[in-house]
Design a protein around this ligand. Sequence first.
Ligand code: ZN
Length: 272
Amino acid sequence: MRNKEELLFLGTGHATVTECYNTSFILRSSDDILLVDGGGGNGILRQMKQAEVSVSDLSGIFVTHAHTDHILGVVWVLRIIGEEVGQGTYSGNCKVCGVSLVLDSLKCLCRHTMSPAVWRNVEHAVGFVEADDAQGIRIGQNMEIRPFEVSCNPVVQFGFKAFLQSGKTVACLGDVPCPEHLFSRLMGMDWLLCEAFCLDRDKEIFKPYAIGHETVLDAARTARRLNVKNLVLYHTEDAMLHKRKKEYTEEAGKEFQGNVYVPDDLEKITLI
Ligand SMILES: [Zn+2]
């Protein structure tokens, strides 16, 4: 397990997909394991089980924003932590990071949907850390994330830059296009994780711009402008999953000459 650095995708779809799980992934650097978003529900538990990741393995959870398809799965992860604390089987040390709206929403959901004893266990076992633009957050022993705001409309949303033990850098943009003001801060990253709602040629079918998303071609243009080495595309439609990897990779290659990854659910990407 030493020096293993990888992305493990628990889900890759947008909010209302039915053929795959919503966007949720794990960023791992040795034993430092960060869960980013939880998808929209109890399905996170199945995905984690299949990926052989337990709640005790998690060093941190970063929630980009308080939309259903990102936050509700985290409620389930916290519930399992609370139950395992009660059973004496939880051995983790996890902090939950997000902006105040995210943390307030999570606490409210947990308080109203868990038994008081389980919620008390969660509060006892888990640290809640408010993310802001000003300071980095340590995840586990050797990972640091530096959050930044990517959007404030219709809901405040944060992404982050992660600095791994090996020195590699990973940027996550949540589920919105990269705003202009962030370009100078994200230039030359090793890895960029970017939403791509659909192929550019299908934009009249899926209408990504009407709901604050962008196309594969748009994301590839961003990756080229940022001069990143590797681009990962996620948060997609699910109408063409069987050919998504091939067709998205081909379209992205028209604008971006670096490596393009279009993971399936439960796919691991080794960080090179
Ligand atoms: Zn979303």
